[in-house]
Design a protein around this ligand. Structure first.
Ligand SMILES: [Zn+2]
Ligand SMILES: [Zn+2]
Length: 366
């Protein structure tokens, strides 16, 4: 069997950028992951094929070799172990973290801290996605001093640590290095602090940001917005902003992944004789025929009426769980009770005498 071209496998052109290769692979990995397609050997093969293509094209040296010699380059291209990618949540997590590589740690400055924002969504907002505007305070580079922290812009080497950022301290027989208390590890000092930021180089400002929430998110998912955290100090890189999602419960629906579950209670006669229901799903009203003789606990599936899946373009299902409604004696009219007694007679079953214990009680107190 001839091997497919790696670029073809990932659906890319020969000049695809590194980021595109990663993106294309993630998409395929999410779609064909064995956890999502149990027992589907075709999906498994496609998953392995994509993993192999990615293992070669994501490595600059292997890619160059492959570009020149194709599959003939041989040696070391096969035998890629897809179990290395078995942590599905990891891939999904990274997927949401937007890619774009790890944070660059600059050689100068102090990186800004990561921030966390907890965002509550209604059941419907999580199902359909939305654009949310979030507001939060953030430390940003001070405009007055352009982040230097100094009024004059002059920054001197820290006298305490001589610019090392660390001081050595003796503890018994040991000498340990500690972050310099004078400059906080920067190695620099500001003799005339900026009045706006008091020498920090950053000021707290109110930030507002539009966040796109994709359809199908669930509680616990984090959307990482790279570089939207606190600004760094003295030219350090900014931190990230994690938007952590929480989905509020729905009054009628319960959610299990992309599936929606709903309880519907019906009377004994409805279950015995059959009925038809109007089921309000997330997407509209569906007619549901409940056939005669439907059992308590039976569930009906309305395909594709659930929530959007995050990885594939397909919706989950809407399940209707049928429950028998057993009325209390006070909910029944005398005529209904008489009918039930007659029914019991016809069935040849034994029931309580008179109006039942509760009705007798009621009579005693009224
Ligand atoms: Zn110092
Ligand atoms: Zn300032």
């Amino acid at each position: 069997m001839s091997k497919r071209d790696y670029y073809e496998v990932l659906g890319l052109s020969k000049d695809a950028a590194e980021a595109d290769i990663k993106k294309a692979y993630r998409k395929l990995a999410l779609k064909y992951h064995p956890d999502k397609n149990p027992g589907d050997t075709e999906a498994e093969d496609l998953f392995k094929e994509a993993a192999e293509a990615y293992s070669v094209l994501s490595d600059a040296e292997k890619r160059a070799r492959y570009d020149r010699f194709g599959h003939q380059a041989g040696g070391g291209f096969g035998g890629f172990d897809p179990s290395a990618f078995s942590d599905f949540s990891d891939i999904l997590g990274d997927f949401f973290f937007g890619g774009g590589g790890r944070r660059r740690r600059g050689s100068t400055g102090i990186p800004g801290a990561d921030l966390r924002y907890d965002l509550s969504l209604t059941f419907e907002e999580a199902a359909f996605g939305k654009t949310a505007e979030i507001r939060f305070p953030r430390l940003e580079t001070c405009d007055t001093c352009s982040g230097s922290g100094s009024r004059s812009g002059q920054v001197t080497t820290c006298a305490t640590c001589q610019g090392h950022g660390q001081v050595r301290m003796s503890q018994g027989f040991f000498t340990v290095a500690r972050t310099c208390p004078s400059c906080g590890g920067e190695g620099k000092q500001v003799s005339d602090p900026c009045g706006t930021c008091r020498g920090d180089g950053r000021v707290e400002t109110q930030q507002s940001l539009e966040v796109t929430i994709p359809a199908g998110v669930d509680t616990g998912i984090r959307l990482r917005l790279r570089g939207e955290g606190e600004h760094g100090r003295r030219g350090g890189p900014p931190g990230d902003l994690d938007v952590v999602l929480r989905v509020e419960p729905h009054e009628r629906f319960e959610r299990d992944g992309a599936d929606v579950h709903e309880k519907v209670t019906l009377s004994y006669s409805q279950l015995v004789l059959g009925t038809s229901l109007e089921v309000k799903t997330l997407h509209g009203t569906e007619k549901l025929k409940v056939p005669a003789g439907t059992q308590h606990g039976h569930r009906f599936r309305l395909r594709g009426q659930g929530i959007e899946r995050l990885d594939v373009e397909r919706r989950g299902d809407h399940f209707v769980h049928i429950e028998l409604k057993v009325p209390s004696m006070k909910e029944l009219s005398d005529e209904q009770v008489a009918m039930l007694r007659r029914l019991s007679e016809l069935e040849g079953t034994e029931v309580h005498e008179g109006g039942g214990v509760m009705k007798k009680f009621k009579k005693l107190f009224t």
